[in-house]
Write a protein that binds this ligand. Structure first.
Ligand SMILES: [Fe+2]
Length: 242
């Protein structure tokens, strides 16, 4: 079972797939990589949209995909609905945040601001989790290192918050990969996602990333990271894969 836990494949809803043609291109690549389940995580910005409007748009986009695949009789992977929720302190005053959890779970994917991660942001995020009774998954933990220190993220990752990494960061051959591997070696990576946006500049690299992980880390880690995604989708606690 291969689960892509982070994607922008729903058509016309955010800066991901602009239309169904791109969605189909993304799905073609995912299927060829053996991906059978994709978590759709369109961006959510609380200062721009109500949660209910977001959900209506997301469901409409999802239904377009379902209709297309049922009309064409093509194989469609399982798509689970979720969101990539951008953290701002306003989020702490938003009610019904649980509606943005990954479908059927208490897990919420949070995108941190692209700036120095201060103790105030850490406290705000942890309070958000407590107040709403959700488990946080931090989206692509390696991407913030251009703006903040490794150390600044640790109070989240050492407090039961799960870390997701992007496939593109693993197949990168430069410093991004080194930094991503440090998160893995230190035990802070739990979930893998493509963060696919299209078929050109930000494609899905699940197959390529799994190959790299299998080569560089123990087979139990690679199997464990896939198993974690399955556990989260079943609203279970993840196993210790380190
Ligand atoms: Fe994303």
């Amino acid at each position: 079972m291969i689960i892509d836990f982070h994607s922008h494949l729903l058509p016309g809803i955010d800066d991901g797939a602009v239309d169904l043609t791109v969605t189909k291109g993304i799905i073609d690549k995912q299927l060829s990589d053996g991906v059978d389940t994709i978590v759709a995580t369109p961006h959510y910005y609380c200062e721009q949209q109500s949660i209910d409007d977001f959900i209506v748009n997301r469901d409409n986009a999802y239904n377009k995909v379902v209709d297309y695949y049922s009309e064409t009789n093509l194989l469609m992977p399982k798509i689970i609905l979720g969101a990539e929720v951008y953290y701002s302190h306003y989020l702490n005053s938003v009610t019904d945040l649980r509606k943005l959890c990954i479908q059927g779970t208490d897990y919420l994917m949070l995108e941190l601001p692209y700036k120095e991660i201060t103790p105030a942001i850490i406290d705000g995020a942890l309070n958000l989790a407590d107040a709403n009774g959700v488990n946080l998954i931090i989206a692509h933990i390696e991407r913030y290192l251009r703006f903040t220190s490794y150390k600044s993220l640790l109070p989240l990752l050492q407090n039961g918050v799960l870390g997701q990494i992007n496939c593109s960061s693993i197949i990168d051959s430069g410093s991004t990969r080194r930094k991503t591997f440090k998160f893995i070696k230190d035990g802070y990576v739990h979930i893998l996602g493509s963060d696919v946006h299209n078929t050109s500049s930000r494609p899905a690299y699940m197959g390529e990333a799994i190959k790299v992980l299998s080569k560089k880390f123990s087979p139990s880690f690679t199997a464990g990271i896939m198993n974690n995604a399955n556990d989260v989708l079943h609203n279970l606690d993840i196993d210790d894969i380190y």
